[in-house]
Design a protein around this ligand. Structure first.
Ligand SMILES: Cc1cc2nc3c(=O)[nH]c(=O)nc-3n(C[C@H](O)[C@H](O)[C@H](O)COP(=O)(O)OP(=O)(O)OC[C@H]3O[C@@H](n4cnc5c(N)ncnc54)[C@H](O)[C@@H]3O)c2cc1C
Length: 584
């Protein structure tokens, strides 16, 4: 069992105002890791094969005060500094769209731009997709999500093929080779224009800044587009000109912005038939095979078939689901969305995560179904639009506070909380064997479906970080490794909420009571009975707490564990530890 994290008085403690100044008045070494970095490494939170040790809280502060440049600023600087070179570009013999997490034809800002360039110059458009197994490992992408992406690529290749647009795909083991390889491909095809949509995670922004400069040096125009958010990160700020850290005022501002800037809700034009003679000029690109699944991300045949059935790939399925949800379920979404049995939400998250569906299309279609209102008329539609906006919100947070992408939290001082690193309890949580039926049902739903209901995502994240006091970042990692919709910004945001280390303004003493959550949102125990077969025969409300309410004999006979902690005592421990780190 790993030892507990020790409280630290060095720069691991709550950062004083001048956290980057040492006692001697010299600036602290920003390369110095956090005092507990060894522990985060040993517990599998910081992946040292890919990243440096956990940074100090002072380094987070240096991002906040501008001493260290944000990756988005580095990218913008690269675009600005190469702007002159880009203006004189000649059309070349092809235009290229580099697909990433935007695997669709509909409403795709950069693809639309690439097609327009091809059309204006009567040259062929080529699509390209590069798989990097190293990237997939570093980003903890789940096998279910890898499989979903590869299936989506197949559909995309078919759809593009119908327009005579080839999709060239290849594997680059090392992610550091991607920028050079992209340029090499453009040179090979004599393309002078490369288009792609931005991804806002740190590695991706840094990679794209490199691509911008490399392209500039090689007479290729690459101007990345903002596409994944409805409102571009950086467009909304508080009256004091700062980035919002609280959702409600941010959402008011998001609504206002869209009313004042309706063009942000204009969908991009789909590409048409390839203007150039691509079938002749680039014939070999049309029968590209789908890249192989990296060996550490394979699924069993049973899993593959199950996920194919649960989540058919591609944008046509995404559109079908969106329309069906808006017609049949969205009207009741505000009252039903927290209920666990049945399907009360859209289950569109895998499609958003892979980019098979754009958030803009979702909001515009929901608005249309709501008599063209974003924030009036039907409560269900308004509630759903505001949930899709959460996705934007967490991306805005990521862009402004990039250190959250580097194993830190929004409140860096919360990394000093005295966490437990109990391997057995963590395993019980992963396996759905904690003795708390609602928690166990949820964790088993995750294993089976590679998806979990939002309500139980909140319950299990609170349980791990508060009832078990386990460093929530290990849970964040486990989610990424298992979710089909694993998405850094939303996952981190959700874990920040569950563990009270994020942007949520609620104080840490909001601790979910698993029993109350179970009684409230799974009233008849249907969700528990679906996922925990050991408890299926227990009648009435004993299902929520078998050992305390007369269902113990059945539970025990079927091998269901007793609760591994006592909620009231755990709650007190959590309150004391949070208080000591955050207010002490
Ligand atoms: C601990 C935790 C981890 C999470 N991890 C992820 C993740 O890795 N990927 C992910 O897409 N979502 C994540 N979420 C948010 C949310 O749980 C899922 O988006 C939602 O359950 C997906 O189901 P749905 O498509 O049926 O959502 P619906 O209720 O139909 O909502 C529609 C869409 O809105 C967005 N959305 C809804 N709620 C949220 C939210 N709270 N935060 C951000 N976006 C939201 C999603 O894109 C979702 O598909 C997490 C939440 C928590 C509490």
């Amino acid at each position: 069992m790993a030892p507990k994290r020790k409280m630290s008085n060095s720069n691991g403690g709550s950062p004083p105002n001048n956290a980057r100044e040492s006692k001697k008045g010299k600036p602290d070494d920003l390369q110095e890791p956090h005092p507990n970095a060894k522990q985060t490494e040993e517990f599998g939170i910081v992946l040292r094969d890919f990243y440096p040790p956990e940074m100090s809280n002072g380094r987070c502060k240096a991002y906040n005060d501008g001493t260290i440049e944000r990756p988005i600023d580095a990218l913008e600087k690269a675009c600005k500094e190469t702007a002159d070179k880009r203006r004189v570009m000649t059309p070349g013999k092809a235009a290229v769209h580099w697909f990433k997490t935007d695997l669709r034809l509909q409403d795709n800002r950069a693809l639309s731009r690439a097609f327009q360039i091809a059309k204006d110059n009567q040259i062929p458009l080529i699509g390209v997709y590069i798989v990097s197994p190293e990237d997939i490992s570093a980003h903890l992408t789940s096998p279910a999500r890898v499989d979903f992406t590869l299936r989506t690529l197949k559909q995309l290749q078919r759809d593009l093929g119908e327009l005579d647009i080839p999709l060239y795909m290849e594997t680059q083991e090392k992610r550091k080779n991607i920028p050079n390889r992209i340029v090499e491909l453009c040179q090979k095809w004599e393309a002078k224009h490369l288009c792609a949509n931005l991804e806002y995670e740190v590695d991706e922004l840094r990679r794209d800044a490199k691509v911008v400069r490399l392209c500039g040096d090689n007479d290729i125009d690459f101007t990345p587009s903002h596409d994944t958010c409805v409102v571009t990160p950086g467009m909304l700020s508080t009256g004091a000109g700062k980035q919002y850290a609280v959702y409600t005022p941010w959402f008011r501002s998001w609504l206002c912005f869209l009313k004042e800037n309706p063009d942000y809700l204009e969908l991009s034009e789909d590409p048409g038939t390839n203007p150039g003679n691509a079938r002749k000029q680039f014939a070999d690109l049309f029968d590209c095979t789908i890249p192989a699944t990296p060996s550490n991300k394979t699924l069993s045949d049973v899993e593959r078939r199950r996920f194919e059935k649960l989540y058919p790939a591609g944008e046509h399925e995404a559109t079908r689901r969106l329309e069906k949800f808006l017609k049949e379920k969205c009207g009741d979404y505000d009252t039903n969305r927290n209920m666990l049995p049945g399907q009360t939400t859209s289950v569109l998250s895998p499609y958003f995560a892979s980019g098979a569906l754009s958030a803009r299309t979702a909001v515009v279609t929901a608005k249309r179904a709501n008599k063209n209102h974003l924030d009036r008329y039907d409560q269900g539609h308004m509630a759903w639009i505001s949930e899709v906006a959460w996705r934007d919100f967490y991306r805005h947070v990521l862009v402004h506070w990039p250190f959250i992408c580097m194993n830190k939290c929004f409140k860096p001082e919360a990394t000093n909380i005295e966490w437990e690193y109990d391997v057995d309890q963590f395993q019980a949580w992963c396996d759905g064997k904690t003795g708390f039926p609602i928690v166990d049902a949820a964790m088993r739903q995750l294993k089976h479906c590679a998806w979990m209901h939002n309500r139980t995502r909140m319950v299990v994240s609170s349980f791990l970080s508060k009832d078990l006091m386990i460093d929530w970042r290990r849970g964040e990692r486990f989610f990424m490794e298992h979710l089909i919709d694993g998405d850094f910004a939303s996952n981190h945001g959700g874990w920040g909420f569950g563990s009270s280390t994020g942007v949520d303004p609620q104080p840490y003493f909001r601790i979910f009571n698993p029993l109350r959550q179970s009684e409230r949102f799974d009233f008849d125990g249907e969700y528990i009975r679906t996922w925990v077969p050991e408890l299926r025969d227990i009648k009435g409300n004993a299902i929520h707490e078998p050992y305390g309410r007369g269902g113990g004999a059945i539970a025990q006979k079927n091998g269901y564990p007793k609760p591994i902690v006592e909620h009231a005592a755990s709650r007190d421990r959590a309150l004391a530890r949070y208080k000591s780190a955050l207010q002490g």
